[in-house]
Design a protein around this ligand. Structure first.
Ligand SMILES: Cc1ncc(COP(=O)(O)O)c(C=O)c1O
Length: 397
């Protein structure tokens, strides 16, 4: 049976991780893999998570199945956190949600639902986008296209080009995949004013928003990070939202996410939820519970919630501080655009204007590891190595 099987090439990120691991130079800087790291380069378990786990370990009474739409308390808690508990779509019951196996599970389940309701639609993704968006969504059988987004010279968003392109190429009923905040891989987010224009544009053109909010809380703050999503919900009748707690609760391997359909009526929300359950049943039957139970334990306990909010602020603050330091270090001749960009951009990632050859030189000559596309994870740096990092990047330009 397996004789004809050929190996698949490694993911680009796995290759970079392996090269970095094998590098014995002590001063190496690992900006490759997309996980948050603290000052010591570790991806630690949050204190709030550890405390909740200890409590949950004593309190949990069963390991029986959670059901095909998973832990509904978790979905409710995350939606209240992101939208506000008194948001009309919540009070009117216009959200049908399912817990999923991480944000990736959410994106796939959302795509499967879109395939049911809009089999001929094209899903438009930004150029560039997270490396797994296209495989995850197209595997559900949906056609995909790309709209212009990041300008590798200005290191900002080509917003007018994005609108023009969608205007010319997307047809009514098509789906636009949007990064809610902390765009991966560029860190270049839409401004509030741009969200304010995008929402009525999409309404007028009959385009449907599919929002990926994998980094909620890690950009500028909770209110700023949900601005775009809230604007879309305000202006458009329906929105599909894929969320993840991998980064903001640092629950990566616990595979904790949710998919939510914001609909026009509570009846439609119930139907969307039943669809999520039926589709998830066919793929993985039901999601794992542990991460979702921990998030709910934290969000429903005032003191644990405070601890988590502090930890989220610390993660976000550390990345912002590193961005400011790197921006200052880039602020020399030839580094001006990068200096502006890393300061303005959000979250873990920025994409620098490097060629694959320059990225390779960074690895071989300076022990600095980032993707060949120029994507770096700022959380992999620290205050001590930022000056050397900036020098290395400027040296290979
Ligand atoms: C933009 C984006 N969406 C979704 C995800 C999915 O995250 P996970 O499946 O680990 O929750 C990621 C993870 O890196 C991401 O960067």
């Amino acid at each position: 049976m397996f004789e004809t099987l050929e190996p698949r090439p490694n993911d680009a990120i796995i290759e970079i991780m392996q090269k970095c691991k094998a590098d014995t130079r002590e001063h190496k800087i690992d900006l490759g893999v997309g996980v948050y790291k603290d000052d010591t380069g570790e991806t630690v378990i949050l204190k709030s998570v550890k405390m909740a786990e200890e409590m949950w370990c004593r309190e949990e009474t069963t390991k029986t199945y959670v059901g095909t739409t998973g832990n509904q308390n978790y979905c409710d808690d995350m939606l209240s956190l992101i939208l506000g508990a008194d948001h009309p779509v919540i009070t009117e019951g216009r959200v049908g949600a399912s817990q999923t196996a991480g944000g990736s599970g959410a994106l796939r389940l959302g795509a499967e639902l879109l395939k049911v309701v809009a089999p001929d639609a094209t899903v438009w993704a930004s150029t560039p986008t997270w490396a797994n968006h296209i495989p995850l969504i197209s595997s559900a059988g949906l056609k995909m296209g790309s709209y212009p987004y990041y300008n590798r010279e200005t290191l900002g968003v080509d917003f007018e080009e994005m609108l023009d392109y969608l205007d010319q190429n997307a047809k009514r009923g098509d789906i636009v995949l949007l990064h809610g905040c902390c765009h991966n891989p560029t860190g270049a987010d839409l401004s509030s004013a741009q969200w304010d224009r995008l929402a009525p544009f999409m309404l007028e053109r009959g385009l449907f928003p599919y929002v990926d909010l994998a980094y909620f809380g890690l950009g500028r703050g909770k209110a700023e990070d949900s601005y775009g999503l809230l604007k879309l919900i305000e202006i458009l009748p329906e929105v599909l939202l894929a969320g993840s707690c991998s980064k903001n609760f640092a629950l990566y391997r616990e595979r904790t996410g949710f998919i939510a359909a914001i609909t026009q009526t509570s009846e439609k929300a119930d139907i969307a939820k039943s669809q999520f359950g039926a589709i998830q049943r066919k793929i993985i039957s039901m999601p794992p519970d542990h991460g979702a139970a921990i998030v709910t334990r934290i969000l429903r306990d005032e003191s644990l919630r405070k601890v988590w909010e502090g930890e989220l602020d610390d993660m976000r603050g550390r990345m912002r501080d590193l961005r400011l330091l790197l921006s200052e270090a880039f602020n020399v001749q030839g580094g001006e655009a990068m200096s502006r960009a890393v300061k303005d951009q959000n979250g873990m990632f920025s994409t620098l204007p490097l060629s694959p050859q320059q990225a390779e030189r960074l690895r071989s000559e300076h022990a600095v590891y980032m993707m060949n596309s120029g994507r770096m994870n700022i959380a992999g740096a620290n205050a001590d190595n930022i000056p050397r990092l900036a020098e290395a990047i400027l040296a290979v330009l």
